[in-house]
Design a protein around this ligand. Structure first.
Ligand SMILES: C[S@@+](CC[C@H](N)C(=O)[O-])C[C@H]1O[C@@H](n2cnc3c(N)ncnc32)[C@H](O)[C@@H]1O
Ligand code: SF4
Length: 444
């Protein structure tokens, strides 16, 4: 059996540890979450904010995000009122004004909202905080709905980083995944953002989409050569139809098999490297001029629910339906549906759906997994159950994916393509209850 076949097993993407299916939800109540938030806040007042803006006009059938499809823009104002009300609930617990380091508008589609409504939302937040000198404000832009007015309004509010959803440029593939955007729209958003002064443009691409072949990756990369975004997220398509009904629109026979899928990645990676991009952790690439590459070089790279980031703020608060907050010692996720989220806000309740308080062991394992994901190595801790971890690493060692020594574990060049599998060795929660049904997407 080839390494690809052997390691193409369901495995977490490790945007958190413990991964969400292993959260001990019944162990955490609202007051525990707020206590952790305030405890971390009192250390230095710095926090990052993620705001989830869930609406999209059309459903892209491949989509794994939490979204609400509607063409009714009357939903915008009440939703923004709820988000601001949620933020007020946090402010009431803070003894001083927060210092905002990062603000990210994610979705769904933030550019579904009218620029004036986004302005109202962001101004409502900024009026209550001090803005950190080294702040970074960013948003996710759908090329088909991002106007000059969006770009100008958000620039004036301090946004300097934009993430554009591209996925692929082929018309047939876009039609199959029910995504409507043109190359001209991507060019317009990229060029206008740059001309206005945005200093970091990210593009999301996906390999492993239905009908996608080598020629499509080569075609998309020829446009990357033209646009030259500062960063690229080159995601492996996560096929989880048991969680995302829209993905049932595909015939699974139209998806590339494991070997072809990895070959799509390898072609993309080689072409990106020829264009001057550096491989920064799993599925992310960056030009050497961008902060993401620089943070990887200095060992500062961090990974959170949105992927890799150059800044690490121990306290991150998520506002809006399904948003996740993280104090490093606790996670909390909001209610997922818009109607229930808004109902909780109307009733004056913190809209938490579930959470997890990290044990000391969780925190050690979390740090190991972060080290492997961000730095390709981790050092043993005195407390590690080393024999257990070594036993789980027997095959990755024999296959040349990792080197184990008295100091710790080092991922090899070959092992970089199997990071999710390697991290599994440190995932004590997973081994305490290996899932019997479908929970995670495939590792390749
Ligand atoms: C919230 S969307 C980006 C903003 C905007 N809604 C758009 O589509 O342009 C976040 C990103 O997640 C990625 N994504 C969504 N579903 C995925 C899946 N099933 N597998 C891999 N990546 C996925 C896509 O690259 C997408 O651009
Ligand atoms: S990919 Fe983006 S636009 Fe498409 S459904 Fe998902 S969140 Fe909405």
């Amino acid at each position: 059996m080839s390494l690809l076949e052997k390691y193409d097993i369901p495995a977490p993407r490790y945007t958190s540890y413990p991964t969400v299916p292993y959260w001990e939800t019944d162990q955490m109540e609202e007051r525990d979450w707020m206590r952790e938030v305030v405890r971390v806040f009192e250390k230095d007042r710095r926090l990052s904010l993620y705001i989830h803006l869930p609406f999209c006009e059309k459903l892209c059938t491949y989509c794994g995000c939490n979204k609400h499809i509607t063409r009714n823009h009357a939903v915008e104002s009440p939703y923004i009122q709820s988000v601001l009300a949620e933020w007020t609930m946090y402010l009431e617990h803070f003894p001083e004004k927060p210092v905002l380091t990062e603000l990210h508008l994610g979705g769904g589609t933030p550019t579904f909202f009218h620029p004036e409504n986004l302005k109202h939302l962001v101004q409502g937040i900024l009026a209550t905080v001090e803005i950190a000198e080294d702040h970074e404000f960013s948003f996710e832009a759908h090329p088909a709905s991002t106007t000059r007015e969006h770009l100008e309004t958000l620039y004036d509010l301090g946004f300097r980083r934009i993430s554009i959803g591209v996925q692929d440029v082929d018309e047939h593939i876009l039609r199959v995944i029910n995504r409507f955007q043109t190359i001209e729209e991507v060019s317009f958003v990229t060029e206008t953002a740059r001309a206005l002064g945005y200093h970091s443009v990210n593009m999301d691409l996906i390999f492993g989409l239905p009908f996608q072949k080598q020629e499509h990756i080569i075609h998309t990369m020829s446009y990357i050569n033209r646009w030259m975004p500062d960063r690229i997220a080159f995601y492996s398509y996560a096929h989880v139809p048991w969680l995302k009904n829209g993905q049932r629109a595909f015939d699974e026979n139209d998806l590339p098999d494991t070997v072809s899928k990895r070959a799509l990645y390898e072609t993309g990676k080689r072409m990106l490297e020829e264009l001057g991009y550096h491989d920064v952790g799993m599925d992310h690439f960056s030009l050497s001029t961008d902060a993401l590459y620089q943070s990887a070089e200095t060992g500062q790279l961090h990974r959170n629910f949105m992927g890799y980031t150059p800044l690490f703020t121990p306290l991150s608060i998520g506002l809006g339906a399904s948003a996740i907050g993280d104090t490093f010692t606790a996670f909390a996720q909001n209610i997922k549906t818009v109607s229930e989220y808004e109902a909780a806000m109307a009733a004056g309740r913190l809209p938490l759906q579930r959470g997890h308080l990290l044990t000391q062991e969780d925190q050690w394992n979390r740090q190991h997994i972060l080290n492997l994901m961000c730095r390709y190595r981790t050092a043993w801790l005195a407390e590690d159950p080393r024999d257990l971890i070594l036993a789980r690493l027997t095959e990755p060692v024999a296959d040349g994916l990792v080197v184990v020594g008295p100091e710790g574990v080092q991922v090899t060049e070959q092992g970089k393509g199997f990071l999710r599998n390697i991290c599994l060795a440190f995932d004590a929660r997973y081994w305490s209850k290996v899932p019997s049904g479908k929970v995670f997407s495939q590792a390749v």
